[in-house]
Design a protein around this ligand. Structure first.
Ligand code: HPA
Ligand code: ZN
Length: 324
């Protein structure tokens, strides 16, 4: 079964590029850029990954980004992720990036996106892996900052398929960004937002995603199962849910396997993703394998989850048909 999962052609729709920063690359970039790290070795850095909820993860995640400074650094980050994805038989990926986490430290938007784009082009040519980019706004920053970031991104619109919303959900509901997402929609971009498991007011946040923002997908969205009306809307609109089981195990100490099975039973388009694989020490295959080995999901359920990713991917119909 594990070999079957490993060789299945797969898509990934919820992976933060900054969350693919492996400790070895952190050290290489720190040395190159003259950045001091708090630890002496990649192993010691890994041992300090002691997160147990979303805020404790995010503080480690943002601090680690200081080593990313030049276009080549963003190239290398993206290239290493895509090489790893290809090894796992991921043939299509939609990747998040967090420009404000870099522009707020004085790294230009242009530097970030050009490095990423170069790796995407090389991966298409040399690895045969097709990718698209989703710009995530940091919800713990202001709506004005998000709007400025959208404006910075518009000259590069042809390189971006959609926008998302990530970071700390507490006191940062979807409606805070209603204007920014409406503008992104008018620009022809697709919309998604994180509704992480068991966050403050999570059902209200999911409801706002559906009713106020009009999202095309929800990232995580597991708590929707607590409200039949939310489930009905998600099912009727055919919205994808990008669930991240091993991320959930770190953030809420639970793989959420029964919830994923329930979504499938209800006809909701659940997909499986890695979120921040360098931190959670699990790429896509490890997430699917854990669902089978520890969560008790059947082969048919795993195949349905993998298929769903292609069904809800933001692809033109002729490309989707070629994958399915
Ligand atoms: N949740 C919210 N924000 C994030 C995450 C996450 O899992 N990863 C990176 N930014
Ligand atoms: Zn995420």
């Amino acid at each position: 079964m594990n070999a079957f999962i490993a060789h299945l052609p797969k898509a990934e729709l919820h992976v933060h590029l900054e969350g693919t920063l492996e400790p070895e690359l952190s050290f290489a970039l720190a040395r190159k850029n003259g950045v001091a790290l708090d630890y002496d070795t990649p192993e010691a850095l890994l041992a300090a990954y002691n997160f147990h909820d979303l805020p404790s993860f995010l503080s480690i995640y943002y601090k680690a980004m200081n080593v990313l400074q030049h276009e080549d650094d963003f190239f290398e980050l993206t290239w290493q992720y895509l090489a790893k994805a290809r090894e796992q038989h991921v043939i299509y990926a939609e990747m998040f990036f967090d420009p404000q986490a870099h522009t707020s430290r004085g790294v230009a938007f242009d530097t970030v996106i050009r490095g990423i784009r170069r790796a995407q082009e090389r991966a298409r040519a040399e690895l045969g892996i097709d990718t698209q980019l989703i710009l995530c706004f940091l919800r713990d920053m202001s709506a004005e900052s998000a709007m400025q970031t959208l404006e910075q991104a518009l000259p590069y619109k042809k390189w971006i398929v959609g926008v998302g919303l990530d970071s700390d959900e507490k006191n940062n509901p979807p409606v805070k960004f209603a204007e920014v997402f409406a503008r992104a929609r008018r620009e022809g971009l697709r919309l998604t937002m994180h509704c992480d498991v068991n966050q403050q007011n999570t059902l209200t946040h999911i409801d706002q995603c559906l009713d106020v923002i009009g999202v095309d997908r929800i990232d995580h969205g597991v708590n929707s199962l607590e409200d039949p009306l939310l489930c009905k809307t998600i099912r009727e609109r055919g919205l994808g849910l990008t669930v991240c089981p091993i991320s959930n195990r770190f953030v809420v100490q639970n793989l959420t396997a029964p919830e994923i099975q329930r979504m499938l039973q209800l006809g909701m388009r659940a997909t499986i993703n890695s979120d921040d694989p360098a931190y959670f020490r699990a790429y896509l295959n490890e997430n699917l394998t854990a669902l089978h080995d520890e969560g008790g999901l059947s082969l048919a359920e795993i195949v349905q989850l993998v298929k769903n990713s292609f069904v809800v991917a933001w692809l033109p119909e002729e490309k989707r048909a070629a994958y399915l």
